[in-house]
Write a protein that binds this ligand. Sequence first.
Ligand code: HEM
Length: 312
Amino acid sequence: MSTPGDYDAVRRDIVAQLKKPDYDDGSAGPVFVRLAWHSAGTYDAESDTGGSNGAGMRYEAEGGDPANAGLQHGRAFLEPVKEKHPWITYADLWTLAGVVAIKELGGPEVAWKPGRTDLVDDSKVPPRGRLPDAAQGAEHLRFIFNRMGFNDQEIVALAGGHNMGRCHMDRSGFHGPWVNNPTRFSNQFYNLLLKLEWTPKTLENGIQQFVYVDPDAEEGDEQLMMLPTDVALITDPKFRVWVERYAQDKELFFDHFAKVFAKLIELGIQRDATGVIINSDNVKGGYVSAPKKSNTPTGLSQRGGGCPMARL
Ligand code: HEM
């Protein structure tokens, strides 16, 4: 076990988990970033509920939300890190893993502060339905992200998370990567959105996404894709202004992404002048992480065979 508070040791062990030759595109980085974002993206500014404090995805109510399908892989990949550093809370570990992955995939340094606590039961897990629905458009994006306290510029910067990773049919129902190199953080997502022609395609499961039909594609080449919400970023004129700026100016995008991701993982976290978290809603748990549930991403839920992803 490391010394409690040695976050650099935790960072190093997160880095050691990133390389995964047999998983997706060879990196756990993208699923770590999505785990961090979904842990925080439940925040509701009006009721001051949800957010990364609590790590509610350990419970079926949040972990089993179809919007979180696939994130059990990220949580399972982080279990060896938790085992080596049992003093860190899941809420801190998941947000730190996202920040470490962004940096290691070539992205900016995102400010991260520790101190989040873990819920000790599911009574404060936020209700489902707070995360975005990729089948919708600009109005929905504003509805979801304004609720967290983000403006148009911040929404477009955050959507740049889709420079990493891919969609999985067995998770979201969408399929494919956004960019050619999905394990390298860049502003390519914005360039491709603007430069390529995005054609609607209905997948065999009936879900509609957008694809680039490459006339030079060879057999076995993977088609690039965009979600309906991604395409909304170029059809909505106010969003489009920021897509154009980020496509032209990688430095600006990196700077804005670092700021907005740091804001995302602090949503709902209240700190005193010294940076110590003073949230009272989770005081029962204190700075103690909840008991581990399972080492593997599969296996039946404790509650009546529900969702397999609920146990971590
Ligand atoms: C704007 C609203 C958003 C929508 C509708 C959305 C939707 C989706 C969907 C449907 C997937 C595919 C999941 C799968 O099948 O595995 C996905 C993946 C991903 N999203 Fe988003 N997302 C949004 C915002 C964000 C934000 C804010 C970030 C981070 C800053 C982000 C980062 C990612 C990453 C890294 C992946 C790839 C995960 C992997 O490879 O396993 N997304 N997103």
